[in-house]
Design a protein around this ligand. Sequence first.
Ligand SMILES: [Zn+2]
Length: 464
Amino acid sequence: MAPSGLMFAFAAWSSMVTITQAGNESHARNASAAISPLLLVSFDGFRADYLEKYPLPNLREFYSDGVLVDHLTNVFITKTFPNHYSLVTGLYAESHGILASTMYDPVMNRTFSVHNHSIDAVWWNEATPIWVSVQNSGYKTAAAMWPGSDVAIQNKTPTYFMKYDSKVSFRDRVLSLTDWLVRDEAVRLTVLYWEEPDNTGHTYGPDNVTEMTKALKEVDDNIGFLMQQLKSKGLWDKINVIVTSDHGMTQCSPDRLIQLDKCLNASTYTLVDETPVAAVLPRTNVSLVFNSLSKCHSHMKAYMKTDIPDRLHYKNNVRIQPIILVADEGWTIVQNEKHLRLGDHGYDNSLPSMHPFLAAHGPAFRKGYRLPHFNSVDIYPLMCHLLGISEKPNNGSFSSTRCLLASESCLDLASIIGIVIGSLMVLTTLTCLFIFIRNRVPNSSRPFARLELQEDDDDDPLID
Ligand SMILES: [Zn+2]
């Protein structure tokens, strides 16, 4: 009976999967119905496990009535600009062209720095951020300091935006965004950026519990202010809000320095970008430079551009230099000076310390639902779905995220296992019942046999 029970359970599971897929198809057909505005918020450098280590009562309230994804695999290199552009394009850095904080483009013979030329659209035009797509669909957008949102990418800035200024407080950014949302109903997408807890993480290191507690208390207060503003302006129940981050943070140390000058004469190369992923442009013999760097330090890997592992998706762009150096977690690459930040990010995106999280709340999202993981590039197709616009080609997957949505008839693995085990228990019970009833049949015939015997006994005296 066990094999037939398993077959029944498998058939039940198969039919449920079929129902789920059918549900997706019908939902896709209705995707354009009832579109709520969407607010995407990034708190820079919010490492996923801060959620387990710090109280964060406002953030907990936010996702307890919504959804939480424990950690996201972000894109390599795990720096601020590459990851913020990935969030709004769904593309790996090699495809959207914002590859680092400092880049050199050999075709244009120009250098990009987040501090100097970041508002020149030529660096950003390889991709289409979601606000451009929303505007091309006939709606309006608003942005508060999101990296790239003050650049006329493909000749369009967001409808409402602020020029980047780190001195503008979180509260002023929120007040501007919510005013734009209230005043103009055509605003469908808003994006909001805040510099903490990244700044504190860099200055003190994520292991400094005292300073990180203060910084995260302030971040949580800001989340509380955002929720309060959305409620007071009548937006809370109408707007879908996604809160996420670009990357995590790891502890560095003066004891973990890799000094390139100890391995190679500085005149032989240009150091385009620094730690923890250094971009090296050799001035003389590439092989000579590579051989020296590849033997430089046991906690640093050197890659020729063509040999960068495919899983990093960091190879196919002219702005990636002929040699890149990748430090192990917590190690810092310097040329000669001992400039050091106690916390840093940019390392391999497979490291949990580099991962951010995602929380979301709003009419589109389930309540009290939790997923362990998906990729940060999956947020872009999710946002396109929420806004009812077509996705540009991207590296994300909507199917990874759809279980977050209230409209999806989605069963998670635990539910499927529970239903299969439940089905097996019912089958086992039915089987036992059947065996019990079948064994009862001979017992019920015994009284007749005894009666016949008694009749025989009764007959005997009569014959006598
Ligand atoms: Zn950042």
